[in-house]
Design a protein around this ligand. Structure first.
Ligand SMILES: NC(=O)c1ccc[n+]([C@@H]2O[C@H](COP(=O)([O-])OP(=O)(O)OC[C@H]3O[C@@H](n4cnc5c(N)ncnc54)[C@H](O)[C@@H]3O)[C@@H](O)[C@H]2O)c1
Ligand SMILES: N[C@@H](CC=O)C(=O)O
Length: 498
């Protein structure tokens, strides 16, 4: 093939991690209809390789394989599944550098961030390997004479997963490790922009002794594949991370088969800065919360709401720090922001900035003539942002920060909640009464106080409103893949009251 695939393979210590096939029933699979799609390095727009687009019968074959494999996988003891997951974890860690290289090439994020994501993604595998051993049922005091009542937890069945391109590895492991630990087979459909991280995970899953049919990666036309997965009644759970637009579509398409749905959708996070804050400290934190992954993060601080008494100083520090951010190919050293995923994302970002300017916002930074390539977008700060602007209403998913001044706590609560989204919110203040008031009043699934970092395996990750359904990670993340079976053992003799 006339692509960079040879170059990419050469960059890897273990070239077998770079696979250009789907992975179904333990076999590397090409598309039977001959359709394929190129995958591009967003930093250079050069093709890294190709992926096959599977036909409908091949997707159904993945479901057949998962159904057959389920029988044995669910019958393993939890500690046996744990051992395999820990082996997978060890292999992900051992191949961290190669996985990071693959990720930077297909997604664009700077190599240190990619290494961080591999570590982050691996941490969910270890977490759920252990959590699988703690899927306790309960004993229920009986109201029925001579009966014993209780519950046990059972795997829900085949779980399908549709994942986005912004976190190509961690968004898979956070779902798949939970499902596998619960005893469910998994069919992953990664984003076509970033399939190679998913396929490398499949290679490592096979080496870890996860049996054929238990971890499958299907590739194809997204709308086509998703329709099949949603309408397939043998798939009992569908976990999706992506936009609210596609999430709504999947809810509709899954209605006929009444699937268990976990949806991690868009966000439009407010970042609230109280009047007591040091403006420099808050501005530096806001920079971190806004510009990671070039703003292509569901947790990105999109609407920065700063108390009027420190607004001007905050803006000064923010713009100084923003000007120092380096933009470039994520494979180079000392890069803060890589490219956006493709040209359309750049055009969307530019339209959002233009809309804000036309409605009265002031723009700082963002000299696009300095962009090092056509998919890059230089970071921009907009001040005087109002609720009428797209930058307020839409998830911009770009290095575009909107800043607005407020005067009272009640006003900022109203501003922060003025969105259909409810994923994450940030509060920066040291006033405990203000923290408590804001934390309780914000309509968000996650609120982080005086900390940009909020995620990790022990926490229940997820949103309210149109940011989604269910929680991933934490003590409850595995429940998305478990059914509660109630039992009543009657006519036992004299056990009443137990
Ligand atoms: N809440 C979270 O945890 C979280 C995490 C990461 C990303 N996200 C969200 O993901 C979005 C960005 O990712 P994206 O652009 O990949 O999202 P997307 O919704 O466009 O795509 C997500 C997945 O859906 C597939 N898809 C696209 N169109 C489809 C269709 N018509 N039918 C079925 N499937 C389709 C894609 O191929 C991909 O696998 C943002 O909104 C972001 O906030 C949320
Ligand atoms: N940063 C998020 C992913 C959202 O895009 C996470 O940590 O899960």
């Amino acid at each position: 093939m006339t692509t960079l695939s040879t170059t990419l393979a050469k960059r890897l210590e273990d070239p077998r991690l770079f696979r250009q096939y789907a992975y179904v029933n333990g076999k590397w699979t090409h598309g039977e209809g001959g359709r394929e799609e190129a995958v591009y390095d967003p930093a250079t727009n050069e093709a890294i390789g190709h992926i096959p687009l599977l036909e409908a019968e091949q997707i159904t074959a993945a479901v057949d394989a998962a159904e057959a494999a389920f029988v044995h996988w669910r019958a393993l003891r939890a500690d046996e599944r744990c051992e395999r997951l820990l082996a997978w974890y060890d292999l992900i860690q051992a191949n961290r550098e190669d996985l990071a290289t693959i990720m930077t090439l297909e997604q664009g994020k700077p190599l240190p961030d990619a290494r961080g994501e591999v570590q982050y993604g691996a941490s969910f595998v270890r977490w759920f390997a252990e959590e699988g051993k703690r899927t306790y049922g309960e004993t229920i005091p009986s109201h029925i004479p001579n009966a014993s009542l209780g519950t046990i937890k059972e795997p829900v069945g085949i779980a399908a997963m549709i994942t986005p391109w912004n976190f190509p590895l961690a968004m898979i492991t956070r779902k798949a490790a939970a499902a596998l630990a619960a005893g469910c087979p998994v069919i992953v459909k990664p984003a076509n922009e970033t399939p190679y991280s998913a396929l490398a995970l499949a290679e490592l899953a096979e080496r870890a002794g996860i049996p054929a049919g238990i971890f499958n990666v299907v590739l194809g036309d997204p709308a086509e594949v998703s329709k099949i997965l949603c309408s397939e009644s043998r798939i009992r759970a569908l976990s999706f991370t992506g936009s609210t637009r596609v999430g709504r579509l999947l809810i509709e398409q899954s209605a006929n088969t009444v699937k268990r749905l976990s949806l991690e959708l868009g966000g439009n996070a407010p970042f609230i800065v109280g009047p007591d804050m040091d403006p420099k400290e808050a501005a530096f934190a806001a920079i971190d919360a806004k510009f990671q992954t070039a703003g292509q993060d569901c947790l990105a601080a999109n609407r920065i709401l700063v108390h009027e008494s420190i607004h001007d100083e905050f803006v000064e520090h923010f713009s100084e720090r923003m000007a120092a951010l380096t933009v470039g190919n994520g494979l180079q050293s000392e890069i803060d922001l890589g490219p956006l995923i493709h040209r359309q994302a750049v055009e969307k970002a530019a339209a959002i900035v233009d809309d804000a300017i036309s409605k009265g916002a002031t723009v700082i930074g963002g000299d696009q003539s300095q962009a090092p390539g056509e998919n890059f977008f230089m970071p921009v700060m907009l001040t005087g942002v109002t609720a009428q602007m797209k930058v307020w209403r839409e998830e911009n998913f770009a290095p575009v920060a909107g800043i607005t001044a407020y005067s009272t706590d009640d006003e900022v609560i109203e501003m922060a909640n003025d969105t259909e989204y409810g994923l994450a919110a940030y509060i920066y203040t040291h006033d405990i009464r203000r923290i408590w008031k804001l934390m309780r009043a914000l309509e968000y699934g996650m609120v982080s106080v005086n900390s940009v970092k909020m995620t990790g395996p022990p926490v229940p990750f997820g949103g309210v409103k149109q940011s989604g359904l269910g929680r991933e990670g934490g003590a409850t993340g595995i429940d998305e893949y478990l059914e509660t079976k109630y039992y009543c053992l009657g006519a036992l003799g004299s056990v009443s009251g137990s």
